[in-house]
Design a protein around this ligand. Structure first.
Ligand SMILES: [Zn+2]
Ligand SMILES: [Zn+2]
Length: 295
């Protein structure tokens, strides 16, 4: 909690004028305890998980526009009841596992030293820290996810997440409770190693959830901005991991593709991609020979 109750009090103590961001932060956080600020994550989780997938789910259910052409596994169609069943299961898991875990992990948050004071991070500080968190998360998640594909790990824990062989956005956090705890470690490791301001921590948690939802959306849109991020895996990349299922020893990484490339766990995926692009070229050549048009 901030030691100042008002802007003039803070400016007098610091002997300088507060920036706009600092004034906003002071007005918002001055009467809130650090515990209260930390628990904001639970609210953000519910909001992000409910709202971000919603437009795509509605568009898919209503069959609006030409969206089906971008579906990665077009043969798999889920009903409204099946989608809601997934959503309800995850919400229950948030309530009984993620929420309590957040509440009891507060001492760790204090030990890490994430600050809540007036030294608001600059845009650059936020960007650099988020970049570091992404790399740490990706690398750690790769190995933990790979371990979950061992015989024991898969049968006892990870099988639940793979119930969706064609993922949907709401299935991003659909997992065994133990997997939520295990794969929560990479998400906390970055802030633990490079602690910043709580605003950066909130942004990181939101970014991580949005990224997981996008990766599981089941659609490969050519205009997705993430296509411009170097080595970014995306929906099509992770979809292949779900498509292959329990036997999958391919595409373990959660965000980028370089770990799978370095450790040779993307060979099956790259082979399939090569076959697919070859068959597309052949079918295009045949169509041209027979004078066919595409539109
Ligand atoms: Zn897996
Ligand atoms: Zn997945």
């Amino acid at each position: 909690m901030l030691p100042y109750k008002a802007v003039d009090e803070a400016e007098a103590a610091l002997n300088r004028t507060l920036t706009v961001a600092e004034t906003l932060w002071l007005n918002y956080s001055t009467n809130k305890s650090d515990y209260n600020l930390y628990c904001h994550n639970i609210i953000f989780l519910y909001i992000v998980y409910t709202l971000i997938p919603l437009p795509l789910v509605v568009v898919e259910l209503l069959g609006v526009g030409n969206i089906a052409r971008y579906k990665i596994q077009p043969k798999v169609k889920l009903s409204f009841a099946q989608i809601m069943s997934c959503y309800n299961t995850v919400i229950k898991m948030f309530f009984f596992v993620v929420g309590p875990f957040q509440l009891i992990s507060y001492p760790a948050f204090k030990i890490i030293g994430i600050r809540t004071g007036l030294s608001i991070p600059s845009g650059w500080e936020i960007l650099i820290q988020l970049g570091i968190y992404l790399i740490i998360e990706d690398y750690t998640n790769y190995w933990l996810h790979r371990a979950l594909h061992s015989k024991w790990g898969y049968e006892k824990i990870h099988k639940v997440h793979h119930e969706y062989s064609a993922p949907i956005s709401f299935a991003a956090p659909y997992s065994h409770w133990a997997e939520i705890v295990i794969l929560g470690i990479p998400s906390f490791l970055g802030p633990a190693m490079v602690p910043g301001h709580i605003v950066t921590f909130w942004l990181w948690m939101v970014l991580r959830h949005v990224e997981a939802i996008e990766t599981h959306c089941g659609y490969d849109f050519p205009w997705t901005p993430t296509k411009y991020i170097p080595f970014y895996g995306g929906a099509e990349y992770h979809d292949y991991h779900h498509y292959v299922g329990g036997q999958s020893q391919s595409n373990f990484a959660s965000i980028f593709t370089y770990c799978d490339y370095i450790y040779g766990t993307d060979k099956g995926y790259r082979y399939q991609k090569k076959l697919l692009s070859k068959s597309k070229v052949e079918s295009s050549n045949n169509d041209q020979q027979h004078g066919l048009k595409f539109d």
